[in-house]
Write a protein that binds this ligand. Structure first.
Ligand SMILES: Nc1ncnc2c1ncn2[C@@H]1O[C@H](COP(=O)(O)OP(=O)(O)OP(=O)(O)O)[C@@H](O)[C@H]1O
Length: 249
């Protein structure tokens, strides 16, 4: 059984069918890339996997927990770095990570040690006592990164892992993610950055219209991932534009 498992997932928001027959699984040791155009259903799928929405149909399992029935248990065991979420403006990184450590049942000494490691790894030691409201977007992203990994989770969900990070930190984060997944964990990354996915992922699923349209292990063929992406996505996107639909009438 995969540590992440999605079977026949469906979710609509009123008339919009956001996820429509999503199926995939991710095993330990994998860095899985979830690629797809805007509105393909990636965020909705992650929200179902992390117990933030209830599916209309289908089942999802994460580390053998059911995020629908036991969302707190699922969230306790995974790390989540959601899209566009910032640390609380009224706390400093040290206070926020101490709070996250308490919620995660970590010993204060462990939290302090890991806070120091993350601050050094991502270069925000000098900002540990600064309110988040006075940090740059990239510095806030670094703190969000640290909170996702603070409890050493077996499965981590990350939306756009490199957003707002400078090139130097991007390289460190990429290396960290590769090593973390290889160490018998699973990292699930949703991204628009096909080049990065090709560089770091072990396997990718390309999402269009609410489901995976193709899945492949990275580096098994000579065909660039961008071409695979365009082959499966651009056609649909272009076909669906009103101008093309009209021309076909
Ligand atoms: N809360 C909501 N209410 C109504 N429609 C929604 C809601 N959230 C998402 N949708 C719609 O569901 C579809 C899938 O959205 P989703 O956010 O899952 O896509 P995505 O692949 O994450 O896109 P992006 O790459 O732009 O972040 C879109 O058509 C979107 O407009």
């Amino acid at each position: 059984m995969g540590v992440i498992q999605v079977d026949g997932l469906e979710k609509s928001y009123d008339a919009v069918r956001a996820v429509d027959g999503m199926e995939f699984r991710v095993e330990r040791g994998e860095l899985f890339g979830f690629l797809g155009p805007n509105g393909a259903g990636k965020t909705t799928t992650i929200r179902a996997l992390t117990g933030q929405i209830e599916p209309d149909e289908g089942t999802v399992r994460v580390l053998e927990t059911d995020p629908v029935e036991e969302p707190i248990e699922t969230r306790r065991r995974v790390g989540i770095l959601p899209e566009q979420e910032s640390p609380p403006s009224f706390l400093t990184p040290r206070e926020f990570l101490a709070f996250v450590g308490r919620v995660r049942d970590l010993e204060p000494a462990t939290v302090e040690e890991r806070t120091a490691i993350w601050a050094e790894r991502l270069g925000f030691e000098s900002k540990l006592e600064t309110l988040h409201t006075d940090l740059s977007r990239g510095q806030q992203q670094k703190v969000m990164f640290a909170q996702a990994f603070l409890h050493d989770p077996d499965v981590v969900f990350i939306d756009e892992p490199l957003a707002n990070l400078d090139p130097l930190v991007q390289e460190q984060v990429k290396r960290f993610l590769v090593d973390y997944a290889a160490d018998d964990n699973a990292v699930f990354v949703s991204t628009h950055n096909i080049e990065v996915a090709e560089e770091i992922c072990t396997r990718v699923g390309i999402v269009a219209d609410g489901r995976i349209v193709t899945e492949r292990s990275v580096g098994t063929t000579d065909e660039p991932l961008l071409e695979v992406f365009l082959e499966h996505v651009e056609g649909e996107a272009v076909r669906d534009t009103p101008a093309v639909a009209q021309a076909q009438r």
